[in-house]
Design a protein around this ligand. Structure first.
Ligand code: FE2
Length: 307
């Protein structure tokens, strides 16, 4: 059921060295630097995004994710969602407008999986970078590196998948697009969406809470994924796996690490979903194929390295 939550809005990532991180996210991924603040945080966006920023980099002693935000349709929805979150039993904190530059007030909460999320209704509208909204050209000149189109989704590792499902589906209005079930029928992976995308966020069962597996960015074509692989080699960037295809979502993908050890994905294509579709189910005995459709074998690093 629709609750007014629209889409992923932004993520704040911790990085060990801000200049190295900017080189990675701007020169390699192709994000655009939009602003900085007095805390030294750097605000980035991908060129097709209409709001001012989607990735915030913060220098810290440990890598990982501070929080991920979803944009909601208006302030009335934000007020209602806050009530619903409190009724559900999570405590809600308020962050005033402009704590992140040009972003409206945010409400923050922690999911049963141990991740920090936030909701907001307002952010400065800057339009698609370099082409605008009137008679727009196909793409802007001057894009760098992988030319990422948008910040797409997040994959989280943590415990309490059933309670996290309840929160995201029944309180926030997501629906289940894909899942992995163990032999007892327990869900060990849940891919949740607000849209036609196979996931706006996904959770994998994990004992340790609040871990980031990867932040993912959309590219246009398979050819772009191969070109991303070339750029990863050219820049001696740490490769995780790929280029390959997922069984889950059927997206074409490559994984690599930022200089702080946060895992990134760039992907293209994949399936679509509507709320009336039955969830796609993979069984745990086919997990290798579900994750890496070609190799059909899991790589230990992919399962265990998180930030
Ligand atoms: Fe992904």
């Amino acid at each position: 059921m629709r609750k007014g939550v629209l889409r992923p809005g932004h993520v704040q990532l911790r990085v060990l060295n801000i200049e190295e991180a900017i080189k990675h996210y701007v020169d390699l991924l192709g994000l655009i630097e939009m602003d900085r603040d007095e805390q030294g945080r750097v605000y980035l966006k991908a060129w097709t995004e209409v709001d001012k920023f989607s990735v915030v980099l913060r220098e810290a002693d440990e890598p990982g994710m501070d929080f991920m935000a979803f944009k909601v349709i208006d302030d009335a929805a934000l007020v209602q969602l806050e009530e619903d979150l409190i009724d559900f039993g999570v405590s809600v904190d308020h962050v005033p407008a402009n704590e992140l530059k040009d972003c409206g007030r945010r409400i923050q909460f922690t999911s049963p999986s141990g991740h920090r999320f936030e909701l907001y209704a307002e952010k400065k509208y800057t339009g698609k970078w370099g082409i605008g909204d009137v008679n727009p050209e196909a793409w802007p000149r001057g894009l760098k590196g992988m030319k990422a189109l948008r910040f797409d989704h997040f994959l989280c590792y943590g415990p309490e998948l059933p309670a996290t499902y309840d929160l995201f589906v029944n309180v926030l209005g997501f629906y289940l697009a894909e899942q992995v079930l163990d032999p007892d029928g327990n869900r060990i992976a849940q891919f949740l969406t607000l849209s036609m995308k196979e996931h706006d966020i996904a959770f994998i069962q994990n004992e340790e809470s609040g871990k980031l597996h990867h932040a993912s960015f959309l590219l246009e074509t398979w050819e772009d994924i191969l070109r991303a692989a070339d750029l990863i080699s050219m820049t001696d960037t740490s490769l995780d796996i790929g280029p390959t295809r997922h069984g889950l979502t059927h997206g074409k993908t490559i994984y690599f690490f930022d200089p702080s050890g946060n895992r990134n994905e760039v992907f293209s294509g994949g399936d679509y979903s509507y709320p009336d579709h039955k969830p796609v189910t993979w069984t745990a005995d086919e997990l290798g194929k579900a994750i890496f459709y070609h190799d059909r074998v899991l790589n230990e690093r992919f399962l265990t390295v998180t930030t």
